[in-house]
Design a protein around this ligand. Structure first.
Ligand code: ADP
Ligand code: MG
Length: 352
């Protein structure tokens, strides 16, 4: 049986503090705010009524400022935290209903986490770090060393297996962290700001490599970041959080083109539209175009409707003709003029 969603988070609340049960009652009955929860009950709202459904194989980014509840939310998925209210299902199964044995198996075999601070064992070798989850699972030494060798090749650390983890640079340590998560071949990867501690150049390089790996592996991935640029680059979809709440969920393009509120718009203002916005969001429908401009030239250059803005602009440099936009059947459905391209770029910069 295949599920529509790999992970479903439904109306999850996490309130920290001894009086959380009273606080959630009051929230439910009277809708009291995060601030009131703190004043009245001395409790902290970590996650407030979060709902999201994550598809099998997608990279789902959770983005928000520090303190917005991202880590708290993701720690529910492997049950490092238990919700004050709400449900979390994985492959249709309520993870709160798992007996200790099933939970242990779920954590060892189905899910792996990559942490911001790498969380390696500094005085173990790279190979031993990568093999650790397999060791916990009881895999024989020969077999786990073979898998670990193969996995460190995948993350470009060939030849480093016998070094101690602490001898490696930050970027390399995080490759080890990623290899350790992948060695166990989990269905679900949880990544909590994995690249945030790295220098910008190294961060970009690892993002690129991760995207290459992810495209081959198709693992369901929940990727946390405070950087919308990173989320837009990596995510199939993005959830934006503020004060424990989910403010908006959408594709990078949906979020960049239609930010739900000023908080999201502020993040979006810093994002280049060139690699996010696609032709179908900018084009004029063919009939509309032809009503004002006359027939679209037969020799107009054609682009698929999911072509990136950047590619359209590059083409517009060398021709004065509007571009023709085609659907998956190859039929012309719209047109984009140079003015349409310029307008889209300008709208993306004047919001700040
Ligand atoms: P993020 O990962 O987005 O930076 P967190 O999930 O770490 O945010 O934190 C969300 C909120 O929950 C913050 O206000 C934080 O102080 C609070 N919080 C997180 N963990 C705990 C805890 N164990 N006890 C009390 N408050 C916590
Ligand atoms: Mg965090």
């Amino acid at each position: 049986m295949t599920q529509d969603f790999a992970i479903e988070i439904s109306n999850v609340w996490k309130i920290f503090g001894r009086r959380a049960p009273e606080a959630i009652e009051d929230v439910r009955a009277n809708g009291i705010s995060k601030k009131q929860v703190l004043e009245k009950y001395n409790c902290v709202v970590g996650v407030a009524d979060a709902t999201m459904s994550i598809k099998p194989g997608e990279i789902f980014c959770v983005m928000g400022l520090s303190g917005s509840g991202k880590s708290t939310l993701v720690r529910h998925i492997n049950r490092l935290l238990e919700p004050t209210a709400g449900t979390i299902t994985v492959n249709g199964q309520d993870i709160m209903a798992m007996a200790p044995d099933a939970l242990r198996r779920y954590r060892n075999e189905h899910i792996a986490m990559v942490f911001q601070n790498f969380a390696l064992m500094p005085h173990r070798s790279v190979l031993d770090n990568v093999a650790l989850p397999l060791e916990i699972r009881g895999v024989s030494k020969n077999q786990r060393m073979e898998i670990a060798e193969r996995t460190i090749e995948m993350v470009d650390l060939t030849g480093w297996g016998n070094k101690f983890a602490h001898e490696l640079s930050g970027g390399m340590q995080q490759r080890v962290g990623l290899a350790r998560a992948l060695a166990a071949d989990p269905e679900i990867l949880l990544m909590d700001e994995p690249f945030s501690a790295l220098d910008p150049l190294i961060r970009r390089q690892l993002q690129g490599e991760f995207m290459g790996l992810a495209a081959n592996m198709k693992k369901t991935t929940v990727f946390i970041t405070h950087d919308l640029d990173e989320a837009v680059r990596i995510g199939d979809r993005i959830a934006i959080m503020r004060d424990g709440m989910v403010i908006q969920i959408g594709t990078p393009e949906e979020i960049v083109m239609n930010p739900a509120d000023d908080y999201v718009a502020d993040f979006v203002a810093g994002i280049s539209r060139l690699k996010v916005v696609r032709a179908h969001a900018v084009m004029q429908p063919l009939a509309e175009f032809e009503a004002t401009h006359g027939a679209l030239a037969a020799q107009a250059q054609e682009f698929p409707e999911d072509a990136h803005l950047g590619d359209l602009i590059t083409a517009a440099i060398s021709t004065d003709h509007p571009a023709a936009i085609t659907n998956t059947a190859g039929e012309r459905i719209g047109a984009i003029t140079r003015a349409d391209l310029l307008r889209t770029v300008i709208e993306g910069t004047e919001t700040s």
